[in-house]
Each structure stands twice: as C-alpha cells, then as structure tokens.
Design a protein around this ligand. Structure first.
Ligand code: AMP
Length: 281
C-alpha cells in the first residue's frame, strides 16, 4: 500500500491501474479511522480491483467555532488499518494541495441541504459537495462508498452525482455501532467516561421510536415526541434536532408512508453527535 500527498501522484497511479484494465473504488474519509470506516473499505475491496482511501480533514466543511483544529488525527494508525483492510492507496493531501490560494469555485445544492445538519451547519454541505467533487475528479473511481451514519450526506452525494453526471456508482453502507449501540464516530473520542455512557441515549431513543412504530404507531409527531422524551431524560444531552423526513426528499412527514429517515443530532456536553434509523411502511 502506498501513501501519497499530491494530486499528481494519485493521477499517475490511477492511470497505471486503468492501463491494466483495473476497476477503482474510493472511500472518502477525514481519518482517525474506526470499524465504521473499515466496513466501507471492506466493501470497496470486495467490489473493486483497487481501492483508494482519502484521508483529509476538509477545512471547507467546518463552520466558524466548529472542531476543525481539535479534530483527531493519527496517520500511522490510519495507515495500519487501511493496509490490514487491503486498501492499495491512501491519498493524504495538505489543505494547500486541495485549495490553491485563489480557490473560488464551489459545488452547492438547492434541495436536500436546507434541513437537518444543513440547518445547524449552514456551510457544511457546500464544503462536502465541493471536496467530494474534487476527489471524484482526482481519483475518477468506478464506485465510491459512504456510510448511512451520515444519512443526509449520502442522500446529497447521490443526488449530486446524478445531477452532475459523474457516472460514479454511490454505494451506501449500514451504520456500524459499539456494543452498547453508540454509532462509531471519530468524535466519540471527545467524550469523557460519563459522557460516553450518556451518549448511548441517542441509539436508545431511536430504538424505542422504532419499536413504537413496529407496534403500529405511524404518526410522525408521536414518534418524534417519544425520541425527545428519552433524550430529555438524559441530563448531559441537549437536542440540536429531532426530525422525521422522507428518505427521498428529506422533507418532514406527518405519517410514516414509504421510507422515512428518523434523524437526530444531540450535544453530549460539548460534543455534537448524530444518529439515525430508516423505518419503512
Ligand atoms: P468521516 O471520516 O467521519 O467523514 O466518515 C467517512 C465515511 O465513513 C462517511 O461516509 C461516513 O458516513 C462513514 N462512517 C463514519 N462512521 C460510520 C459508522 N459508524 N458506520 C458506517 N459508516 C460510517
């Protein structure tokens, strides 16, 4: 496995693979990799001859006052995980390699980004769409892998690829959780032991709503109320949002009909965590 820092090195490597007729999968990440990322790399290794993992903490998708500087980084550990999982190339650029001084072109989206995380993080999806577009142009993969953990991101990227004819297959992968149900996230490292315990409330609230739904409740308001009740009972938790939206349009629903995304963002202490479940009728 190679680790490269420049766009040119990626292009040269992919060109060589293409000359050999090999297919290429891309797993975009911000590093500090865990089992969730590994599940994406595993799937990419299964489905492609060669796999590129990008490790880039993208400044453009962080708003002022967010955790860009403190975001955890450990390239040696990331490299070991990628190597073990069978990836072939890590692309680990500096911000200056991705954004030249006079950078001024952006990819943005009018639908899908107004609610959920887009509402709390106004510049986030413009940053995500722009960096993912750049990675797609640099790597030119056949397939790219995204986790359902970031459900809105998965929906946004799928829509962008269709709108802009990238010709890349977007593969969505299920959420990988800790044993106690907490969705794995690089940001879980911010939690102290007390907060780490409290953080299980996210999954628990969604699980209870899902059970209520399976028992026959189909009013979104009632399911939402149940989630809020459980979250509010945890003293260390502060709700950012709790939403039930159509999984296609990401617009709020009143009744569960078709595929509905139950999505939540919750501060545990100072750490903002997200989680979700898709329910279907
Ligand atoms: P990140 O490094 O947090 O930007 O995540 C990179 C990719 O890994 C994104 O597509 C995430 O949705 C995905 N991912 C992160 N955590 C998980 C998880 N617990 N389960 C599945 N995929 C995940």
């Amino acid at each position: 496995m190679k680790i490269v820092n420049t766009i040119q090195e990626v292009r040269d490597q992919v060109k060589e693979w293409r000359r050999q007729g090999l297919s290429v999968g891309l797993v975009p990440t911000m590093g500090y990799l865990h089992e969730g990322h590994k599940s994406l790399i595993d799937r990419a290794v299964e489905q492609n001859d060669r796999v590129v993992v990008s490790v880039f903490v993208n400044p453009m998708q962080f708003g002022p006052g967010e955790d860009l500087e403190s975001y955890p980084r450990d390239m040696d550990r990331d490299a070991a995980l990628c190597e073990k999982a069978g990836a072939h190339l890590i692309f680990h650029p500096e911000p200056s390699e991705m954004y030249q001084k006079d950078f001024s072109s952006y990819v943005d989206m009018n639908t899908l980004t107004g609610g959920l995380c887009g509402k709390s993080r106004p510049v986030h999806f413009r940053g995500v769409c722009t960096v993912v577009s750049k990675l797609f142009h640099i790597v030119t993969p056949d397939r790219a892998y995204f986790g359902q953990k970031d459900a809105q991101q998965l929906a946004v990227i799928s829509h962008m690829v269709s709108d802009l004819n990238f010709g890349i297959e977007i593969v969505g992968c299920p959420i990988v959780r800790e044993e106690d149900g907490l969705a794995k996230s690089s940001r879980n490292t911010y939690l102290n032991p007390e907060e780490r315990k409290a953080a299980t409330v996210l999954n628990r609230s969604l699980e209870e709503a899902q059970e209520l739904f399976l028992a026959g409740e189909s009013r979104a308001e009632v399911l939402k109320e149940r989630i809020c009740q459980i979250l509010e009972a945890e003293p260390l938790a502060r709700i950012d949002y709790v939403e039930l939206v159509d999984w296609q349009s990401l617009e709020p629903v009143e009744e569960i009909n078709g595929c509905v995304l139950m999505a939540i963002a919750v501060f545990i202490g100072k750490t903002r965590l997200i989680d979700n479940r898709i329910i279907e009728k």
